[in-house]
Design a protein around this ligand. Structure first.
Ligand code: COS
Length: 379
């Protein structure tokens, strides 16, 4: 049975997230965009509301939210500020491999603290030579007695500079390529873990992005997720689950741009009438609104499939690619409606454009999403 009606609980979650976005995120979005400092004050409030551990099972102190619930929240938070949203969402990205593959002991030890005090996690997959080609990683994890010794450099790691818990992918058997990859839980205060270059990004500047260096980092074998050799599969299954939320963020960013553009088009007068009275502007807004709705349906469908334990790599990729493409198109069109004002930093448009761009790149470029989709439809 198909239903497009949100439950009472989902409506309450949506409302909480919307209010949080409007009261706690939007007023400081420009400050964090310009200052590039870590938004501790907003994150403290996000922790208190529960956004930083909402997808962890309730048994381990989390909110136990479904992916559809998460998508609903993600849209609202990203409409407030995509950079602040990313800082929150990355916690769930780092927690997901533990949620999916952790033992009871690992979950108790590494997931429970997220709900006890403000803390962050990071998902450490990308390396300088292993971006889209995630299987081409050089990081190694060598078994020595009952420990693993990890060496390698990860780049573009969101929250890497502030995270307490990293999920790190490294080769336990480099000869085997992708089938030699494994995943480890590494505490940030383990000797040998250090933060390298701090990235200065074009957009989403409220989100911390760094290089992380692992030099002879000793982790006990209890920190291995699953078993040796399944790291690539863990990464892929995690990304399948994470991508609908990026699509949802695209919907949020696009919706914010659309709302601003409607307000502006109704109030800005040229040639003696509001510019929304010109069909060219009205039709542009109509197309933007249609795409926002279409993207939301793709996101909710992918999330629903995953919640219902269906294979949904293709649908997750569609939701991510389409949602972020719609964010890019909508923000650019909204800026155009603002004309010269849209290009100025006094108005929200230029930030929305810069923020939207990253959604097309991170958690798998949209070219990679199309690769996933095309591989599946072509058989
Ligand atoms: N779920 C489970 N297993 C998966 C999977 C998925 N979604 N996708 C691939 N696999 C498995 C395949 O079944 C295959 O296993 P077998 O060899 O045992 O059959 C193995 O993984 C390799 O798959 P494939 O041949 O498709 O791997 P490729 O090297 O061609 O790469 C892509 C696959 C490009 C899709 C992958 O590298 C990718 O997603 N890259 C982008 C990485 C990314 O998103 N980075 C963002 C940074 S993290 S924020």
């Amino acid at each position: 049975m198909i239903s497009f009606v949100l439950t009472e609980e989902q409506l309450a979650l949506q409302n909480t997230a919307r209010e949080f976005a409007l009261k706690e995120m939007r007023p400081v979005a420009a400050k964090y965009d310009q200052g590039h400092e870590f938004p501790w004050d907003v994150m403290k409030k996000a922790f208190e509301v529960g956004f930083l551990y909402s997808s962890i099972e309730s048994e381990y102190g989390g909110g136990g939210l479904s992916l559809l619930d998460t998508a609903i929240i993600s849209e609202e938070l990203a409409a407030g500020c995509a950079g602040l949203f990313t800082t929150m969402m990355v916690n769930s990205l780092a927690q997901t491999p533990i949620i999916l593959f952790g033992t009871h002991e690992q979950k108790k030890k590494f997931l429970t603290p997220f709900s006890q005090e403000l803390s962050f996690g990071a998902f450490c997959l990308t390396e300088p030579q292993a971006g889209s080609d995630a299987g081409n990683m050089l990081s190694t994890a060598k078994k020595v007695g009952s420990d693993y010794i990890i060496n390698g450099t990860k780049c573009f790691i969101s929250n890497g500079g502030v995270a307490r818990t990293h999920v790190v992918f490294a080769n336990t058997d480099p000869e085997k390529g992708i089938r030699g990859m494994s995943a480890f839980i590494v505490q940030a205060d383990t000797p040998g873990v250090s933060v390298g270059k701090v990235e200065d990004k074009m957009g989403q500047r409220a989100s911390n992005t760094v290089e992380l260096v692992f030099e002879d980092v000793k982790v006990p074998q209890e920190n291995l997720l699953g078993k040796e050799g399944i790291g690539f599969m863990i990464a892929m299954k995690t990304l399948d689950k994470a991508r609908p939320s990026v699509g949802a963020a695209g919907v949020g960013v696009a919706r914010a741009a659309l709302d601003y553009a409607i307000e502006y088009a109704n109030s800005r007068e040229q040639f003696g009438k509001p510019i929304s009275a010109f069909q060219h502007i009205a039709f542009k807004l109509a197309d933007m609104a249609t795409e926002v709705n279409a993207a939301r349906l793709l996101v909710w469908h992918a999330a629903w499939l995953i919640d219902n334990k269906q294979k949904a790599s293709k649908e997750a990729a569609m939701a991510k690619a389409y949602g972020s493409d719609v964010a890019m198109r909508t923000t650019v069109e909204a800026l155009q409606i603002y004309g010269g004002y849209g290009y100025m930093k006094d108005y929200p448009m230029e930030k929305l454009v810069r923020d939207a761009k990253l959604l097309q790149i991170y958690e798998g470029t949209n070219e990679i999403q199309r690769l996933v989709i095309s591989k599946e439809i072509l058989g």
